[in-house]
Design a protein around this ligand. Structure first.
Ligand code: BDR
Ligand code: CA
Length: 314
């Protein structure tokens, strides 16, 4: 059983990643922590609690609220035009009786890592602020966590918030750079691969047709939430009824690394200048002294989609 901690800014693609993890029989979700990004950290926690209820998880999944702004303290606010007024396309899911923990996200991550040394994979689907703060209070975190798999950054593909940067890294470059330097077993699932995997309206129709009866509420939710995301991708990126699969692919790569091809390269994150958040991978023969990051450079797109979608089917 793969024991996974999820850190998310629970928007539309985060929600698919969370539901997928909750439904994979070989995964146990040990907790969800939230931060600012697609929506506020508090709304992301509310969304996560409702999604956990929607999935009918047979065990309790603690949820902890985290960072409300990047380390440098300059958040511009949520992205309602991408992920809707509440982060999940405006869909009103039934509330959960469960409350978020009193403990902040970073304290929860550090405590869980100490309680389960070498066992937990942390999958970050948002800014790495919570992880950077957890590292501050537990410097041994790179040894205590088994792996960190993150959705973010780009190696050779164009950026999505600047020519060279992806939103999760550009949203808190200082946090990302601290994580890059800390010595985690670190896998980057960036735009090089997430832009290659495309979810289409046809896929949603297939899901609708073959949904397992117990997953009907999940599929009904996706049918309501995804059109919002398709619309944004049509207006912003000229996508005709399709969208990239960012966060769900990171979750899948954590659970089944065989869908991606990686190259391990020393890398840092650009924190200054006019294009912050660029992942700078050093391809020279004698590179900078920085830990190697396992950068996903290719993906078996067909298999990734099949694995993601059939998880919800009968
Ligand atoms: C990333 O940014 C967020 O909007 C998405 O949820 C994803 O994590 C893509 O750049
Ligand atoms: Ca996200």
């Amino acid at each position: 059983l793969k024991q996974i901690l999820i850190d998310a800014d629970t928007g539309i693609d985060d929600s698919i990643a969370i539901l997928f993890a909750l439904k994979r029989p070989d995964v146990r979700v040990m907790g969800v922590t939230t931060g600012f990004g697609n929506t506020t950290a508090r709304q992301a926690a509310e969304n996560s609690l409702r999604l956990i209820r929607l999935a009918g998880a047979p065990y309790e999944v603690p949820v902890a609220v985290g960072a409300t702004e990047p380390l440098a303290g300059n958040w511009k606010g949520p992205d309602p035009h991408i992920h809707g007024p509440n982060g999940i396309g405006g869909v009103e899911l039934p509330p959960s009786p469960q409350q978020p923990l009193e403990e902040p996200a970073w304290a929860f991550i550090a405590r869980m890592a100490r309680e389960h040394p070498g066992e937990l994979t942390l999958v970050t689907l948002a800014r790495m602020t919570n992880l950077a703060k957890a590292l501050e209070i537990e410097p041994d975190l790179p040894r205590l966590l088994k792996r960190v798999v993150f959705m973010g950054g780009t190696f050779h593909a164009p950026g999505n918030v600047s020519p060279v940067a992806e939103a999760n890294i550009a949203g808190d470059p200082e946090a990302a750079d601290r994580v890059f330097q800390a010595g985690f077993d670190l896998t980057m699932v960036g735009l090089d691969v997430t832009q290659k995997v495309r979810l289409t309206t046809d896929h949603v129709a297939i899901l609708d047709k073959y949904a397992a009866p117990e997953n009907r509420p999940i599929v009904d939710y996706l049918k309501q939430a995804l059109p919002f995301y398709f619309r944004f991708n049509r207006l912003q990126n000229n996508c005709l009824d399709h969208c990239p699969v960012h966060d769900p692919l990171a979750m899948l790569a954590a659970v089944d690394p065989s869908v991606v091809t990686v190259r391990t390269i020393p890398a840092r994150v650009e924190c200054g200048g006019s294009l912050p958040g660029m992942v700078v991978a050093d391809l020279r023969e004698h590179p900078i002294e920085a830990p190697g990051v396992s950068i996903c450079v290719d993906v078996d797109s067909r298999r990734a989609l099949e694995e993601l979608l059939t998880t919800f089917m009968a």
